[in-house]
Write a protein that binds this ligand. Structure first.
Ligand code: SF4
Ligand code: SF4
Length: 355
């Protein structure tokens, strides 16, 4: 099972769409160790994701977790799989060397050419140039690292350009999602630009595909795969069944968005997972009423309780913005999939029918 360790609630950036409530709170060494113990006690491998705030503000805790997990791995014979989500500004060569040694999968939040509009320091300085520099080093050492692009309404016109830019830097895996939450406002005009940008990005994706090059872009790849193999519920997080966040105080929750809400607290790293509470919360999760008759419901992220709660305050209610985005994305991805299949059937099979 995977545990997401919120090493700190602090962050050195002040992104325009950030939904994270920053506090002056860090994990203690003891909580890190207890969380690792818990990860090793569940399932056939231990999954540890370093998260924040900005996790690299506590590199020391990451190094300690590595040493401790080495010891647990040797003792239990279990494999440990590491991940980290970072804003990238504190990555350096020394850490990258260590990450490579430990096979730590790094996801770097990077909005491409929209970076300086959205992802800035509190004094307004942008971060694109420094991220460009560190991304090149990261990709040289760890070419499978991926960029995580968040699309804000303020920079929506830069989406396709940003994807191309990240590709030109050397990223071969890019995840992309739109920004949600109270700090952003998706008007119908912005959604129309979003649709145009998604179509432009689909053209770029098709061009790369035609050249026989490898490039993973999460929105299209996920929707095309889901169209072929059907919706796979096990690939979703399911409110703490596959992925469980650990707060800086060591408490376990259904999802990152629920941290601090005792109704969704599933115990702590000291006493373990409260499975009765977990079952009780799972029972409350149901298909949104507005989706019952929708033909797209098996291909839509309407079941993400975390996202629903962020947008509407209720984990079982989907927001109109999410619904509009899903509709346009599924339509564009289907058109793209059909085009790729008709032009390059063999390549298509290899790419989307394989694991
Ligand atoms: S890097 Fe992440 S946590 Fe920090 S301000 Fe930006 S979105 Fe928020
Ligand atoms: S497209 Fe809209 S109505 Fe249909 S399942 Fe998704 S969120 Fe629900």
């Amino acid at each position: 099972m995977n545990f997401t360790l919120h090493l700190t609630e602090r962050c050195n950036l002040d992104c325009t769409y950030c939904v994270h409530e920053k506090k002056n709170s860090d994990m203690t060494e003891d909580i890190v160790y207890k969380a690792c113990d818990l990860a090793f006690s569940k399932g056939s491998f231990a999954g540890i994701c370093f998260f924040g705030g900005e996790p690299l503000l506590r590199k020391d805790l990451i190094y300690k977790a590595f040493d401790y997990c080495d010891m647990l791995s040797e003792k239990t014979g279990k494999e440990v799989r590491y991940k980290m989500t970072t804003n990238g500004t504190l990555l350096d060569e020394e850490f990258i060397r260590k990450a490579k040694e430990k096979n730590l999968e790094i996801g770097m939040s990077f909005d491409g050419t929209a970076q300086d509009i959205c992802r800035r320091y509190a004094d307004g300085r942008g971060t694109q140039k420094e991220l460009e520099h560190i991304a090149k080093i990261l990709l040289r050492e760890m070419p499978l690292s991926y960029a995580m692009l968040t699309l804000s309404p303020d920079a929506v016109g830069k989406f396709s350009e940003s994807v191309e830019y990240l590709y030109s830097l050397g990223f071969r895996r890019v995840t992309a999602t739109i920004a949600y939450g109270k700090r952003v406002c998706w008007t119908s005009e912005k959604l129309a630009v979003l649709e145009k940008e998604l179509r432009k990005t689909a053209l770029f994706y098709a061009r790369i595909f035609a050249e026989g090059k490898r490039f993973f872009l999460s929105p299209f790849d996920a929707k095309i795969r889901e169209c072929i193999s059907g919706y796979n519920p096990s690939e979703r997080c399911h409110l703490g069944y596959r992925q469980m966040p650990v707060s800086t105080e060591g408490r376990l929750y259904a999802c990152t968005q629920f941290i601090g809400d005792e109704n969704y607290c599933f115990g702590d790293v000291f006493s373990g997972i409260d499975t009765a509470k977990q079952t009780e919360v799972a029972k409350k999760s149901r298909e949104p009423v507005e989706c019952k008759e929708c033909g797209l419901k098996n291909r839509c992220t309407n079941s993400c309780g975390c996202l629903n709660r962020l947008e509407t305050g209720n984990e079982n209610t989907v927001s109109p913005v999410q619904c509009a985005y899903e509709r346009m994305l599924i339509e564009i991805a289907d058109e793209l999939g059909e085009e790729l299949f008709s032009k390059y059937p063999e390549q298509f099979r290899k790419r989307y029918y394989s694991k």
